[in-house]
Design a protein. Structure first.
Length: 508
């Protein structure tokens, strides 16, 4: 089955871009369709958020391109309808820009479902960096399309993802110090907190934060040369430089500069995932020289890692000491309140409405990283589109989360009444005392533990939990939850009490 979406020309005809002309001239059809689709995604990234692209376009693959007609595969009839209803104007504009006023986009409904594609060279988008990737036809390895080999002084390529900014970085207790220090840097780059070293587990937002610094500096100081790269790419550049003696990495009218001249000319260097320099002695020596030059000239250096600098093995001591000259801060896993904000923000970015109880259930069960949260959200939206015409339910969310993180920590047999009853019996007080406004230490703590368990083990909203506890407001429930969460980490006796009550509830 096919669906056709013909792009109509506007009042002013749009000429094909130079890259489109080259694509049209390609002799190999498979190569041609992949190049067209790659450029389509690049143009799409200027119109939509990365979350929207990952959610709605990652399962689409190109099939053919002939006579200005691009045919793409979509997973289902419903998926086609939702894509057309949400993004018809955006897609039509891109097709006209890319293929000309006579260009057409043809949809083909795939009979193989969501996770199948006959196209081995399909272009996809990297969820962390926001840049397109494609499969190398000869080696089978994935290479980043976004890496540029030429950087001109007139139009300097910072290599930053412009969507990584402070405005869409969700703030909370787990990252407030890191954000405060990062933002302070943007006012006085080269002077405040130099170097800046941030660490944290995988998927907690380090890349977003360091790129937000770069984007904000460019916004406030447009004359500054800011460059972002990862340690693996930095190593590759250095290795190529050795092999070729010189590398055409920074080029202007005067000719080609050496790699070290390029890096030493920067005002701000952002080096992500510094742990991947471990064991690479020659690359570390090159980094040492770059660091000394930039630091002595009061240029800013920003590093990120998955662990504290003194825990990275295989890094020379002279570099370790320099990493610690400025400020070191960390990003912790987000607490429940922050996870709720992140989840709601991700659904909003994707343009999808989601029930509050589903948001709370996701926040309760997905705790390890923002990246895992994003993966669950993409899966939930995909399932809802392909099977339930876009409507998100608790059942869909539970099924996806079970696949991603395992068993859900919410038992359908556990009610808020059972929690109140069990907590009261455990502490040998009455249920009425838990529901009362008495503030004696014993009763207040039992009440807080009951509220903590209600939020942890049910999908009820904060407001609903509060109503079940004698009309408490949502702020009281949230305060109780955060208080007990903190005590569990600090006080072994409280942790033991909570675990014992959970075991009692399981056996009901």
């Amino acid at each position: 089955m096919s669906k056709n979406s013909t792009v109509r020309s506007g009042k002013n005809s749009v000429q094909k871009t130079d890259s489109a002309e080259k694509i049209l001239a390609a002799s190999n059809q498979n190569d041609s369709v992949n190049k067209v689709w790659e450029q389509f995604l690049e143009l799409l990234s200027d119109k939509l958020t990365q979350n929207e692209i990952s959610t709605w376009f990652s399962v689409i693959s190109p099939k053919s391109f002939e006579d200005s007609v691009l045919t793409i595969r979509v997973p289902s009839e419903d998926y086609y309808g939702l894509i057309e209803s949400r993004y018809n104007k955006v897609i039509s504009g891109i097709v006209e820009t890319l293929l000309g006023k006579n260009g057409k986009l043809n949809y083909e409904i795939s009979q193989m479902g969501l996770f199948s594609s006959n196209n081995e060279n399909a272009v996809s988008l990297d969820t962390e960096s926001g840049y397109a990737n494609q499969t190398d036809e000869t080696s089978g390895k994935t290479s980043a399309v976004s890496i540029k080999n030429e950087i001109s002084h007139e139009e300097f390529n910072s290599n930053l993802n412009q969507k990584h900014v402070f405005d869409n970085f969700v703030k909370g207790e787990s990252n407030e110090l890191a954000i405060a220090a990062a933002f302070a840097i943007t006012n006085n780059p080269g002077k405040t907190y130099n170097p800046f070293f941030v660490y944290g587990g995988v998927g907690l937002g380090k890349t977003h934060l360091v790129q937000a610094i770069g984007n904000e500096i460019i916004k406030k100081h447009p004359d500054k040369k800011v460059y972002y790269t990862t340690a693996p790419d930095f190593t590759t550049q250095f290795t190529n430089n050795i092999a070729q003696s010189r590398i055409d990495f920074s080029q202007n009218k005067n000719g080609t500069k050496k790699l070290d001249s390029f890096y030493k000319s920067l005002d701000v260097l952002i080096l992500d995932d510094i742990q991947y320099l471990s064991g690479k002695e020659k690359t570390q020596d090159f980094m040492y020289q770059i660091f000394n030059t930039l630091y002595n000239e009061k240029k800013h250096i920003i590093f990120s890692s998955d662990k504290p600098v003194n825990q990275i093995k295989g890094i020379e001591e002279r570099l370790i000491s320099r990493f610690q000259w400025g400020i070191t801060t960390d990003i912790q896993p987000p607490n429940w309140e922050m996870r709720v904000a992140i989840i709601q923000n991700k659904f909003d970015e994707a343009g999808v409405e989601v029930p509050e109880d589903v948001v709370h259930m996701i926040a309760t069960n997905v705790k390890d990283s923002i990246r895992t949260i994003e993966g669950c959200i993409v899966g939930i939206i995909a399932d809802s589109v392909l099977r339930y015409k876009g409507e998100i339910s608790m059942e869909i969310a539970e099924n996806v989360i079970s696949r991603v993180v395992g068993n859900i920590r919410r038992s359908k047999n556990i009610s808020i009444e059972n929690i109140i009853y069990t907590v009261a019996n455990y502490f040998k007080i009455s249920e009425n005392q838990i529901l009362s406004r008495k503030r004696t230490k014993e009763i207040a703590q039992a009440r807080q533990i009951a509220m903590y368990l209600a939020k942890e083990l049910t999908s009820l909203t904060l407001e609903s939990i509060g109503l079940n506890f004698g009309g408490k407001d949502h702020a009281t429930v949230l305060y109780s939850y955060n208080s007990i969460s903190t005590l569990i980490k600090k006080d072994p006796s409280i942790n033991l009490q909570v675990q014992e009550i959970k075991e009692l509830l399981k056996n009901l």
